[in-house]
Design a binder for this molecule. Sequence first.
Ligand SMILES: Nc1ncnc2c1ncn2[C@@H]1O[C@H](COP(=O)(O)OP(=O)(O)OP(=O)(O)O)[C@@H](O)[C@H]1O
Length: 253
Amino acid sequence: MSVPAIELRGLEKSFGLAKIIQGVDLKIDKGERHAIIGPNGAGKSTLFNLITGKYAPTAGSVHLHGQDVSGKKPFEINRMGLSRSFQITNIFHNMTVFENVRCGLLWSMGYKYSFWHMVNGQRHLTEKADEILEQINLTSRRNVVAGALAYAEQRALEIGITIAGGADIIMLDEPCAGMSHSETDLIVDLIRKVTEGKTLVVVEHDMGVIFDLADRISVLVYGEIIESDTPENVRASKAVQEAYLGTTLEDAG
Ligand SMILES: Nc1ncnc2c1ncn2[C@@H]1O[C@H](COP(=O)(O)OP(=O)(O)OP(=O)(O)O)[C@@H](O)[C@H]1O
């Protein structure tokens, strides 16, 4: 059996006396699209931040491609091929769409932003950035400042920046938050396209998105995974229905 892209072993995280993540074991295969869902306050963001290195575990460990990365810094984990979205706050609003993507590329290559002028002429960077713009359907908005983009376009740009470095594990935190149904459909298509062949971990409230996109879903309740299975099995799970207090999963979105 191949080594999982991500493996969590007995993972725990406490903030003061509150144990928010209560011993999570999870394996996510290479190339799998995996969603983490759960009621408000279940600990989804905390789990996300443990995997990406923003938080160090209180106990247990995080493994990427079999290597223990517990306690490593986010940039070290990023260098090992894991890239996460930072929500639109990470977009540079005064820079153009193209410059934002190029910035993502430079960042992944380890350049400092102050080296900007030195790399300005590098054609391969420009070509690569344009390729990404094409993938995220923003070519026609290339020279517009990011702050002038519509909200859904900004979320697409955020995804473009996340994938820019060519990481093979992509982690997205609520990529469809605040979107209309039609915008959500477009972003889901985009996510499917740009993560082809990669491992995807997505935390999302919108159940429609999850059931459409994920190969497997883990349901987190009070910091524990109560189910980790295919969308069909999760949908049918009594424990999951109960966790959502009698609402159907579709209603819970
Ligand atoms: N840095 C922190 N310090 C103290 N408590 C925290 C911290 N981060 C999260 N918590 C607490 O941990 C619990 C889980 O929060 P978390 O944001 O991980 O849940 P979530 O499932 O992502 O919630 P939501 O769906 O509402 O975004 C909450 O009670 C929250 O107040």
